[in-house]
Design a binder for this molecule. Structure first.
Ligand SMILES: Nc1ncnc2c1ncn2[C@@H]1O[C@H](COP(=O)(O)OP(=O)(O)OP(=O)(O)O)[C@@H](O)[C@H]1O
Ligand SMILES: [Mg+2]
Length: 334
């Protein structure tokens, strides 16, 4: 089962360039979270800091009692084995077949027999829909297939925490939709804590339980999906609406004069509809995080903005109505 990741007051600079400061959030156990943010805001740096590959100068990342920033290197190395990591660029070895690429972490980090390795690798290859392609080299398959191979490799060590850096980049809309479903199905099957970095608005709207956003060297917000999907925070609504008008500019932040001119022309924002979150494919177990999340969100609901509150109540009322209809089987898997 997934483990909670607690980030406290994390600050990272390279030399004199501060990337972000004082980032605090908790990735709840077994839930799926998404991190948004314009290019260059340090999302990849954030993922690398969670697994201890980069060292922030301040703050802590707590996983099962180990601090991935300050604990002894051998503890960090052990804890890193709990992670499955899917890199932005796939990061496959070009001279190795998909099979050998996916088997790599098992050969590197375990003493499993070759027959056991074959069983695990083929199982993961099937999960990501690459059966038949295991003998191919990365250069012989499409970008989408390479992405899925990267995901299969992230899964071989039975990770309890999965980090995916832009799993959708370079995928067409249909493949992105399949990938979204795959991420939810994975979560249902292994109950891992997941953090996905993406620019894709469909993934953001349909996959995560929680969302956060990095902007201007800060974590602007992190919370239940309903909070961000109904947010009227300008930077959040600009990003999720994919609009040019707002604080995010092409290269840097816009200056005050441009913003003021835009505000004069501003149209009232259309009310946003919250699309339902994806459910696991038929035949899969329900996501175990769902019940935990409901309890967690309901305990904080009085602290949330009104729009988020009503969105959450609506979702749970709709779920309850659906559960009543299917009452005879409800709870059988619980
Ligand atoms: N090892 C490093 N040394 C120095 N600077 C770095 C290093 N890694 C990243 N940076 C800088 O940190 C900033 C954030 O980079 P990062 O790759 O995390 O952005 P990002 O949010 O992932 O962007 P994108 O959406 O384009 O992938 C950039 O200015 C980058 O140049
Ligand atoms: Mg990146």
């Amino acid at each position: 089962m997934g483990i909670e990741v607690v980030v406290e007051g994390l600050t990272k600079s390279f030399g004199r360039q501060n990337i972000w400061r004082d980032v605090s959030l908790t990735l709840p156990a077994g839930e799926v979270s998404v991190m948004l943010g314009p290019s260059g805001t340090g999302k990849t740096v954030f993922l690398k800091s969670l697994i201890g590959l980069l060292k922030p100068e301040k703050g802590r990342v707590l996983i099962d009692g180990v601090d991935m920033v300050n604990s002894p290197e051998k503890d960090i190395y052990e804890t890193r084995k709990l992670f499955g990591l899917m890199f932005q660029d796939g990061a496959l070895f070009g001279s190795l077949s998909l099979f050998d690429n996916i088997a790599f972490p098992l050969r590197e980090h375990t003493r499993k027999k070759e027959s056991e390795i074959r069983r695990i690798v083929m199982e993961r290859i099937e999960v990501v829909g690459l059966l038949g392609a295991e003998g191919k080299l990365p250069g012989e398959i499409s970008g989408g297939m390479r992405k899925r191979a990267g995901l299969a490799r992230a899964l071989v060590l039975d990770p309890q925490i999965i980090l995916c850096d832009e799993p959708d980049s370079g995928l067409d809309p249909v493949r992105t939709a399949y990938l979204s479903q795959l991420l939810i199905d994975l979560n249902a099957q292994i109950d891992a804590t997941m953090l996905i970095v993406t620019h894709n608005l469909d993934i953001a709207a349909t996959v995560p339980d929680n969302m956060g956003m990095l902007f201007r060297r800060e974590l602007v917000t992190f919370g239940p999906r309903e909070v961000l999907l109904t947010s009227d925070e300008p930077v959040v609504s600009q990003f999720l609406g994919g609009r040019r008008e707002g604080p995010i500019g092409m290269s840097e932040e816009k200056d005050a004069a441009t913003l003021a001119a835009e505000a004069d022309r501003a149209m009232p924002a259309a009310p946003r509809v919250i699309v339902p979150q994806l459910e696991p494919s038929p035949g899969l177990p329900p996501r175990r995080a769902v019940a935990r999340r409901r309890e967690r969100v309901m305990s904080m609901i009085d602290t949330l903005p009104p729009a988020a509150r009503s969105a959450i109540r609506e979702t749970y009322a709709r779920d309850a109505a659906a559960a009543t209809v299917t009452a005879p089987v409800a709870g059988s898997g619980a």
